[in-house]
Design a binder for this molecule. Sequence first.
Ligand SMILES: NC(=O)c1ccc[n+]([C@@H]2O[C@H](COP(=O)([O-])OP(=O)(O)OC[C@H]3O[C@@H](n4cnc5c(N)ncnc54)[C@H](O)[C@@H]3O)[C@@H](O)[C@H]2O)c1
Length: 301
Amino acid sequence: MTAEPPPESDPRDSVRTRVLVVGAGIMGSGIAAQCALADYSVTLVDVTEELARRGSENAARALEHAVRKGAVLPGAREAALARIDVGIGLRRAESAQIIVEAAPENLEVKRELFGELEGVAPAGAMFASNTSSLPITSIGEKLRDPGRLVGVHFFNPVLQMPLVEVIPGHTTRPEVVERARAFAARLGKTVITSKDTPGFVTTRALAVLVNEAAWMLYEGVATQEDIDSAYKLGFHHPMGPFELVDLVGIDTAVAILDVLWDGFRDSRYRACPLLRTMVSAHQLGRKTGQGFYRYPTGGPR
Ligand SMILES: NC(=O)c1ccc[n+]([C@@H]2O[C@H](COP(=O)([O-])OP(=O)(O)OC[C@H]3O[C@@H](n4cnc5c(N)ncnc54)[C@H](O)[C@@H]3O)[C@@H](O)[C@H]2O)c1
């Protein structure tokens, strides 16, 4: 990540192109910060003013963290923050050329959102979904122009993770795929491309890892601390699976496993009951202050 945006690859995405980020949660706030750093004008929207405001505070916190790590200059952070605007509703899509959807991992929610966006956004606006597992073709099923929709899958925390997975749907136009790649490159990311199958490349790998760890804990094979240590010290993973799923959100992990189960009907993807119980108990990880570990202030455990 750098303070300077990489060279422009697509003239339609020139400086001050407006990006609308829909959903100001864990991912939307990071995507907004990353786009603002790359000199885009950003609007971050959620369903309530309070959620949108919280999203922009999280974006500010992520930028602050990047400054502390030396990845972003303080001046670049200030300039980026000034380019992020928050609000509610989708009317702001009127002036957006790139729309990134980061709403919950729910097919109906995403279909409905893009359906509404199609009625508001300019015909040339690119529709990008940050879904981590849902088939892009299925998200675009009800669109009049599904060719403008592409999967642009960021990783958490967005400012720190160098990868973006681009997923063309069955009918995504090749120029939209190229535009998605150019957008990710301008954000300083390395792009991989995956076919439109449930979970793509990365989420399929992640789901099995997290689910297996949860099953081991459920069966009493070892404690969660020891299982985390096994992955970190035995395989050089930077985080253990329970630390990771607390960061991702346990509700999101269960939603992903359900999509993989629906798509493949393979028992590898049968969500461990422990994960479901934690969702029912609203212990969703860092975002609720309690997951496999406790996060009293939403920070490190
Ligand atoms: N959490 C991760 O680590 C991660 C990583 C990569 C991709 N993803 C994907 O990113 C997407 C978002 O995940 P998240 O973890 O940020 O979820 P989240 O629950 O933190 O945030 C989702 C936000 O969307 C908002 N929202 C719901 N309906 C909306 C609407 N109609 N209009 C505007 N906002 C709306 C919610 O209020 C919430 O603030 C999901 O598709 C998820 O699979 C998540």
